[in-house]
Design a protein around this ligand. Structure first.
Ligand SMILES: Nc1ncnc2c1ncn2[C@@H]1O[C@H](COP(=O)(O)OP(=O)(O)OP(=O)(O)O)[C@@H](O)[C@H]1O
Ligand SMILES: [Mg+2]
Length: 489
């Protein structure tokens, strides 16, 4: 007779399971910020305040004036799979809240010193709960206005491996403010405030429109360069703001996608945007877009990514077609009503390029003429193939042989084998890039003081990036000084 072996498989205790699950939900302080702010928004808050210390590594506090919780719910909220937001799998198809897993609070509480203070809108007493590495260490009554405050201290102190991989505080602060910006772009009526180490980084009043919010985040000039779109095709609505082609810069645009009120990432959707801009901007430029897709409930699966950053469309071809059509139609409208005169102010005359001043010729050409673009790669290869001497010995009559300049932007040079088209702006950038790299190599940051310093208003993530890179910028000759309110000189 054989003796049954002792089972080798065991069910993990809750606090161990929570710590493992936390690895998926809570990757870094910014994910904690995202989860807590989403909870505040789901609770109907009209104002959310976020406080960070040391990039969130020491402290993250999110307070809201939402509906709050009763004591029993507050205790339940810390259990895994405890959620008020869905009741069945079917609900997932139509879920409109950010949350639906019932994973965020227990996961965060499993890897931190966690405190929840909440009071329901009914006016009933508030509750305070203290949790340490997933175990409730105390709970009791607390006085609070209706709403909820969650404080997360010493994140990952129980997971030294994860703690070791956290980045510098400035990078974590930037990532956290980027998550707040993302949620602020899809909750216009909510006010947001972010404070980091006692300094205010974001203060957004409730906005009446997307344009107002963009203006508050990046300044009115940015908002003025955007066109509104709103079009429906195949049951898919595509609304939002897209950048005017003449405002698109090589530095790359801000690109935000939302579906049914939820941020998501999807390079294939952005590719459709770029396709739609083709022939109006050079192919390697990335226009700014804020796109809000409205897809019928049940046609988008939001439960395909651990931190919900990605979604899956039932019919992604239809989504692609709708995005392409909406952007394309808006740009076509613009083209049919605009003259190139607007474009001629895009590129400032640059000293690095020789051509003659023919601004008379460059104005008032209809925009569709700009449909001829040659990518940088194509020009590079044309230059490589070309025998330089052939260029030099081209017809000596400058009036016939060029170079010519069109639109103050492009240099045309006939060669024996054909025609060279040089994007003057890109060429200038290349020259500046080479000069900058040379300066790095020689470590001789030279600069000339401006008579009138330039003042730039940056978004919160840009501002912390600028602060982080100030040493590097100085090395290449840019002096930078912070001037409060995300403004640098
Ligand atoms: N700020 C808050 N105000 C009111 N209720 C809250 C708040 N935060 C959490 N809750 C309640 O606690 C529950 C658990 O929150 P938790 O974030 O863990 O899960 P969820 O939001 O339901 O789903 P997900 O894990 O996808 O975020 C929520 O369903 C909600 O009922
Ligand atoms: Mg949640």
């Amino acid at each position: 007779m054989t003796v049954p072996a002792l089972p080798r498989i065991r069910i993990l205790p809750d606090h161990v399971a929570n710590q493992i699950a936390a690895g998926e939900v809570v990757e870094r302080p910014a994910s904690v910020v995202k989860e807590l702010v989403e909870n505040a928004l789901d609770a109907g808050a009209s104002r959310v305040e976020i406080e960070l210390r040391n990039g969130g590594k020491t402290l993250i506090r999110v307070s809201d004036n939402g509906e709050g919780m009763h004591r029993t719910d507050a205790l339940l909220a810390l259990d895994r799979h405890a959620t008020s937001k869905i009741r069945s799998v079917e609900d997932l198809a139509t879920v409109a809240s950010f949350g639906f897993r019932g994973e965020a609070l227990p996961s965060i509480a499993a890897v931190s010193r966690f405190e929840l203070i909440t009071a329901p809108a009914s006016g009933d007493p508030g509750t305070e709960i203290q949790v340490q590495s997933g175990r409730i260490v105390s709970s009791g009554e607390a006085a609070r206005q209706p709403g909820t405050t969650v404080t997360v201290r010493s994140l990952f102190q129980s997971l030294p491996v994860r703690a070791k991989f956290l980045r510098q505080s400035a990078a974590e602060t930037r990532a956290a403010s980027e998550s707040i910006v993302l949620l602020a772009l899809v909750n216009l009526r909510v006010g947001f405030r972010l404070e980091s180490n006692g300094r205010e980084l974001i203060d957004l009043a409730p906005a009446a429109s997307l344009g107002d919010r963009v203006a508050e985040l990046w300044g009115p000039a940015e908002a003025q360069n955007l066109l509104s779109i709103d079009q429906e095709e195949g049951g898919i609505r595509v609304a939002g703001l897209i950048q005017r082609p003449d405002a698109v810069r090589p530095a790359g645009g801000r690109r935000y996608l939302f579906v049914n009120g939820r941020p998501f990432r999807d390079p294939s959707v952005l590719k459709q945007v770029d396709e739609a801009y083709r022939t109006t901007v050079a192919p390697d430029l990335r226009p700014t877009v804020f796109l809000y897709l409205g897809v019928p409930a049940g046609q988008v699966d939001v439960n395909v990514h651990p931190s919900k950053a990605e979604v899956r469309f039932q019919d992604s071809a239809a989504v692609h077609a709708a995005v392409h059509a909406a952007v394309r139609t808006r740009l076509a409208d613009l083209i049919s009503t605009t003259e190139i005169r607007e474009r001629s102010v895009v590129h400032e005359p640059s000293s690095a390029t020789p051509p003659t001043d023919n601004s008379e010729r460059s104005t008032a050409v209809p925009l569709p003429q700009l449909t001829l673009f040659v990518s940088r790669a194509e020009v590079d290869s044309a230059l490589l193939e070309e025998n330089p001497r052939e260029v030099e010995t081209a017809d000596a009559d400058p009036a016939r042989s060029g170079p010519w300049q069109i639109q103050n932007s492009y240099i045309l040079m006939p060669t024996r084998g054909g025609l060279l088209v040089i994007d003057q702006h890109s060429a200038h950038e290349r020259v500046l890039f080479e000069q900058t790299m040379d300066r790095f190599a020689g470590a001789t940051g030279e600069s000339q003081r401006l008579l009138f310093p330039i003042t730039l208003r940056l978004s919160p993530p840009e501002h912390s990036a600028a602060e982080e890179l100030s040493g590097l910028l100085e090395a290449i000759g840019f002096e930078m000084e912070s001037f409060g309110d995300r403004t640098v000189i």
